[in-house]
Design a protein around this ligand. Structure first.
Ligand code: ZN
Length: 299
């Protein structure tokens, strides 16, 4: 493609990013996407057309509202930039325009869902439906695999939710998670669904652990925190000692293994007793982990 075409794609990407901003804000506020026209979230003043030029307006206005002079959230230009990156990535990765546009829809909707899920645990059914639709188009050569993937993805969450509430009296997933997993299934297809669920769970684990640790510190759960740290350090040493042959006598390895198992046992025991503690029981939005998992698939 010519340089001119790539520049055009970048500019369209920036506008698309600007639209994604609107989508995030309006999904959270529950307003329509089309009306009313854009306004400052701080003072409510309607914006002029030149306040809405992606990136440029932010630079001209020096990050401040033209009317009330309050600072504009840095997230706006960042999302505009990410919107452009998504469009560029999609067109670099895919020769077919249909594929590229499907990938743009999939990644963009997942981006919006990640924000609304993290901020207010809101998952828009319409946005998930767009992902599923784009997933079906993207997998049009194996559309049955895609449909089954979507159904199985949603079905797994429904089954776990049902078992959790029926037998353990616990809320395991939100309704939105059913749509999110359905969307993931439609994109990756049934063949790779379980692999990418494992990726998503692993990512979720990485994203939740810092939140969990903060919860422990805030509620003064020193005991659990101590075992978490011991577990982490022992795992690290176990990993390192595996690679250093002279250090890796069976005795040392056995010691570390014992520490890992002991800490893990203590950790799991404390974790279960903490589940009753509402301060630590953190709400875990699934959308970011699923979005990254999907991105890995599309790379
Ligand atoms: Zn303002």
């Amino acid at each position: 493609m010519s340089v001119f075409l790539w520049v055009m794609i970048c500019l369209m990407g920036l506008c698309w990013g600007s639209f994604l901003n609107v989508l995030i804000v309006r999904t959270l506020s529950g307003e329509s996407i089309i009306m009313p026209p854009s306004k400052c979230p701080k003072c409510g003043h309607s914006l002029y057309w030149w306040h809405n030029i992606p990136l440029v307006s932010f630079l001209i206005l020096q990050g401040k509202c033209y009317f009330c002079n309050k600072s504009i959230d840095i997230l706006y230009p960042i999302i505009e930039f990410v919107g452009m990156a998504i469009v560029l990535f999609s067109f670099i990765k895919n020769v077919s325009i249909v594929d590229a546009l499907s990938v743009v829809i999939i990644l963009s909707m997942f981006l919006v869902l990640s924000f609304t899920d993290v901020k207010e645990r809101k998952v828009s059914v319409i946005q998930c439906a767009f992902i599923i639709l784009a997933g079906l188009v993207f997998n049009r050569h194996d559309i049955i695999g895609s449909v089954i993937g979507g159904l199985v993805g949603a079905g797994i969450v429904m089954a776990i939710s049902y078992i959790g509430s029926k037998f353990f009296n616990k809320v395991t997933f939100g309704v939105g998670d059913i749509y999110l997993l359905g969307a993931l299934g439609a994109v990756v297809g049934i063949d790779r669904l379980f692999l990418f669920i494992i990726y998503a769970l692993f990512l979720e684990f990485l994203l939740v652990i810092p939140q969990y640790v903060i919860g422990l510190i805030r509620s003064n759960q020193g005991e659990t925190l101590k075992y978490l740290i011991i577990f982490g350090i022992a795992c690290l040493f176990l990993y390192v000692s595996r690679n250093i042959s002279f250090f890796c006598s069976n005795l040392i390895l056995a010691c570390f293994l014992w520490i890992v198992l002991f800490a893990a046992y203590k950790l799991i025991r404390n974790l279960f007793s903490n589940l009753e503690n509402p301060e630590i029981q953190s709400e875990c939005p699934l959308a970011p982990a699923i979005a990254i998992s999907c991105l890995i698939f599309l790379c």
